[in-house]
Design a binder for this molecule. Structure first.
Ligand code: ZN
Length: 267
């Protein structure tokens, strides 16, 4: 079944992963800017990373017939030093006009600190200035509910159109908050934390199929670039209607991503 992987960190994955994803039906991969597994020591490191996201990965994906898009930001894990973060953010406008940039992301909170929140708010202003959609990372485990509430409050204060924001890594206790406020929600299928396929499908049944997508968020850690097609198999086993599965893994991502002027599914 054709599907879209709306959140994958392919800079950390092998070319064999691209091949496996293509064979499994992946047509589009979207890659948010994130932590590389280590802290970069200079803004120049981010300049190189943004080049990798906007030049190198689209070419690598194209070899397998996959379209590759990206989101730009400095991630919350490296935003604790606000001065450093601002130096990095000053580079972003140089890349915003690249033809595969979708918007600002994945921004958000990691440890819910004051500095992280400040840099989050400045990213939101950057997105507003350039009229770009936003992709949001929510914190892990015990920090998730508090962090999600802080993020939603900040977005409301900034008067952002919620239909142009996706809040990723939702779980059972945060999905309702996000969807009820008019935002999109992303479910991340992880082998060890976040959602298993069974939990994700339960959430779809509880929260409905509107304004929601699923992703692997595969990166340099324990994660599975084939998590979405594996979940499609699980949905088939649970006898979800084929058109509903197609909606969640294909039509919904297209609907959200089409709010970016650069996103095109054909050609
Ligand atoms: Zn991510």
């Amino acid at each position: 079944m054709p599907y879209i992987e709306p959140h994958a960190h392919m800079v950390s994955r092998t070319t064999a992963d691209y091949e496996a994803m293509a064979i499994a039906g992946c047509e589009v991969i979207c890659e948010p800017a994130f932590w590389a597994g280590f802290d970069r020591s200079s803004p120049q490191g981010f300049h190189d990373y943004y080049r990798q996201l906007t030049e190198y990965e689209p070419a690598r994906a194209a070899k397998f017939g996959i379209k590759h898009y990206c989101w730009l930001c400095i991630n919350p894990k490296e935003a604790e030093d606000a001065g450093f973060a601002r130096e990095v953010m000053a580079i972003i406008p140089d890349f915003i006009d690249a033809p595969t940039v979708l918007g600002i992301g994945e921004i958000g909170l990691n440890k819910n600190t004051i500095s992280e929140l400040k840099i989050f708010e400045e990213h939101v202003e950057l997105a507003k200035k350039y009229d770009l959609p936003i992709l949001i990372h929510t914190p892990h485990l015990e920090d998730k509910l508090k962090g999600t509430k802080l993020i939603l409050d900040a977005l409301k204060n900034a008067n952002v159109d919620p239909s142009r924001v996706i809040v990723d890594h939702v779980e059972e206790h945060t999905a309702g908050l996000v969807l009820d406020a008019g935002f999109w929600a992303g479910m991340t299928l992880y082998p060890e934390s976040k959602c298993t396929p069974a939990r994700a499908i339960d959430m779809l049944e509880n929260f409905g199929m509107e304004n929601i997508w699923m992703n692997s968020a595969c990166d340099w850690g324990v994660s599975d670039p084939l998590a979405v097609p594996k979940c499609i198999q699980e949905m088939k086993k649970r006898q979800l209607a084929k058109d509903l599965v197609h909606k969640v893994v294909y039509e919904n991502p297209i609907k959200f991503l089409s709010q970016s002027k650069n996103f095109k599914i054909d050609g």
